[in-house]
Ligand binder design. Structure first.
Ligand SMILES: Cc1cc2nc3c(=O)[nH]c(=O)nc-3n(C[C@H](O)[C@H](O)[C@H](O)COP(=O)(O)OP(=O)(O)OC[C@H]3O[C@@H](n4cnc5c(N)ncnc54)[C@H](O)[C@@H]3O)c2cc1C
Length: 406
C-alpha cells in the first residue's frame, strides 16, 4: 500500500457521506490545511438511506441534509466532476478544464446503479435509485394504483417495493435467485421478508427474470406477461473507480485499500462505497456498501492520515433496512453452519437470528429488536459461544450472558 506523504492540501473526489465524515474528522482533529471537495452533484449534501423510505412518503429534501457545519473552511466545488488524475504530478483535471494540485488525494466517489442498457429504449419509464434527483423522479410515479415492476429483490428494491405498496401502488418484484436479499441476510430472514411482502400484497416472483419489455408490456422468464406503468431496477451497484484504474491504482470493481484507507498509490486514499477492503470476518476483500462503513471508515482514514501511530479500521460490516413492519439490523456473515433463534420469528415479531460457525457466532440479524442488537453484536468478538439455551431464551438478560463469557 502507499507510503506516507505530506498531508495537505487534501483534495476529495466525491462529497457524499464518506467524504463528509473524512473532512469533519480532519478538522475535528486539528488539521488546519487546505481541503477541497469536488462533487458531481450541484445539490447540497444529503443522506441516501431515506431516499427509499421516508423521502418517498414525505418529499422533504431539507430533512435529509448532511451536517457539514463541523467541517469549516472547506472549499466545496459542487456541480464539477473529476475526469483525470496524474499521480506523478499530483494533479487532478475537472470537466471544465480546471486543474487542481494535491498532497493527499481521497477517492470518495461511491458507486452507481447497475443498468440494463437494452431497457433504455424499451418505451417504459425506467428508474434506478441513487441520487436525490432519482428519488424525486420515482416519487412522482408512486401514486395510488400505479403498476410498478421492481427488478431485483435486494435491499433497495425491496425497500422501494414496501414504500410504494404503502403509497397504494400495485407492486411486482422479480428476483432471479430463489430467495430475497440473497447476498446479505440469512435464509430464515429471507423467507420472513418474502412472507411479509406477500402479506402486504406485493406480487413476489422468485427464480424469475425479465425476458423483455415492449412499451408497457413486460415478459418474464416463466412465460407470463404483465402491464406496468414503470420499471425500477434494483440490481446492485458498480464502483465509481474508473479514474483510479486509469491511473494504475489496483482496483477490481472497487479500489483496494488497507485498514488505513491507503490505496496502492502513495498519497492516494479511498473510502466508502468505492473501496474494496478486507472483511474481518470472511477474510476476503469485499465492497461494503453500508452507511456505517462510509461514516466510520471515512473517519478512521482521516485519523490515520494525521497520526504517526494510526489505528487500523476493523469494524464488522453491518446495515439496517426498514420494510413494512420489519425493522432489520444485520451484522457479520449471512450464513453459518447452524442458527440460534431468539424469540419467535414472524414478520411482525421481535426476534434475533444468530449464525454459528465452528462454535463461534459469525453473524446476527435482529428484527424489531434494536435494543438487543448492540449486545448481540458483541457475540461476534467472542472466541466461543456462551450458553446456547440461554441465548435462545428471550427472557434471559443478554448483557449478563455476554459479560460472563468475556
Ligand atoms: C436509496 C439508498 C438507500 C440506502 N439505505 C441504506 C440503509 O438503510 N442502511 C445502510 O446501512 N445503508 C444504506 N444505503 C447505503 C449508504 O447510503 C451508502 O453506503 C453511503 O451513502 C455511501 O457513501 P459514499 O460517500 O461512499 O458514497 P456516495 O454517497 O455515493 O457519494 C459519492 C459521491 O461521489 C460523487 N462522484 C462520483 N464520481 C465523481 C467524480 N469523478 N468527481 C466528483 N464527484 C464524483 C457522486 O456524485 C456522489 O455524490 C442506502 C443507499 C441508497 C442509495
Amino acid at each position: 500500500m502507499g507510503s506516507d506523504s505530506p498531508v495537505g492540501p487534501v483534495l476529495m473526489l466525491g462529497g457524499g457521506l464518506a467524504a463528509i465524515s473524512f473532512v469533519t474528522t480532519l478538522r475535528g482533529n486539528g488539521f488546519a490545511g487546505e481541503v477541497c471537495v469536488v462533487e458531481t452533484e450541484a445539490e447540497p449534501p444529503y443522506d441516501r438511506p431515506p431516499l427509499s423510505k421516508d423521502f418517498q412518503r414525505e418529499g422533504d429534501s431539507e430533512k435529509i441534509r448532511l451536517d457539514i457545519s463541523r467541517a469549516p473552511n472547506v472549499e466545496w466545488m459542487r456541480g464539477r466532476t473529476a475526469t483525470a488524475i496524474d499521480t506523478r504530478q499530483r494533479r487532478v483535471r475537472l470537466t471544465d478544464g480546471t486543474e487542481l494540485g494535491y498532497a493527499t488525494l481521497v477517492f470518495a466517489t461511491g458507486a452507481r446503479p447497475r443498468e440494463i442498457p437494452a431497457l433504455r429504449d424499451a418505451g417504459v419509464p425506467l428508474f434506478t435509485l441513487r441520487t436525490l434527483e432519482d428519488a424525486r423522479r420515482i416519487r412522482a410515479v408512486l401514486v395510488p394504483g400505479a403498476r410498478l415492476l421492481v427488478i431485483g429483490g435486494g435491499v433497495i428494491g425491496l425497500e422501494l417495493a414496501a414504500t410504494a405498496r404503502g403509497l397504494g401502488c400495485e407492486v411486482t418484484v422479480v428476483e432471479a435467485a430463489d430467495r430475497l436479499m440473497n447476498r446479505c441476510c440469512p435464509t430464515t430472514l429471507s423467507s420472513l421478508v418474502a412472507d411479509c411482502h406477500r402479506a402486504h400484497g406485493v406480487d413476489l416472483q422468485l427464480n424469475t427474470q425479465l425476458k423483455g419489455v415492449d412499451g408497457a408490456r413486460v415478459a418474464l422468464s416463466d412465460g407470463s406477461t404483465l402491464e406496468v406503468d414503470a420499471v425500477i431496477l434494483g440490481i446492485g451497484v458498480v464502483a465509481n473507480d474508473e479514474l483510479a484504474r486509469a491511473a494504475g491504482i489496483a482496483c477490481d470493481d472497487g479500489i483496494f485499500v488497507d485498514a488505513f484507507g491507503r490505496t496502492t498509490c502513495p498519497g492516494v486514499l479511498a473510502i466508502g462505497d468505492v473501496t474494496r477492503q478486507r472483511n474481518p470476518l470472511s477474510g476476503r476483500f469485499e465492497r461494503i456498501e453500508t452507511w456505517s462503513n462510509a461514516q466510520n471508515q471515512g473517519a478512521a482514514a482521516a485519523r490515520a492520515l494525521l497520526s504517526t501511530e494510526p489505528a487500523p479500521f476493523v469494524e464488522l460490516p453491518w446495515y439496517w433496512s426498514d420494510q413494512f413492519e420489519m425493522k432489520m439490523q444485520v451484522v457479520g456473515l449471512a450464513a453459518g453452519d447452524a442458527e440460534i433463534v431468539r424469540g419467535v420469528p414472524a414478520s411482525g415479531g421481535k426476534f434475533a437470528l444468530i449464525q454459528v460457525r465452528h462454535g463461534r457466532a459469525v453473524g446476527v440479524a435482529c428484527v424489531n429488536n434494536a435494543r438487543e442488537f448492540a449486545s448481540l453484536k458483541k457475540l461476534l468478538a467472542l472466541s466461543h459461544l456462551p450458553d446456547v439455551a440461554a441465548l435462545a431464551d428471550p427472557s434471559t438478560d443478554l448483557r449478563k450472558i455476554i459479560q460472563r463469557a468475556i
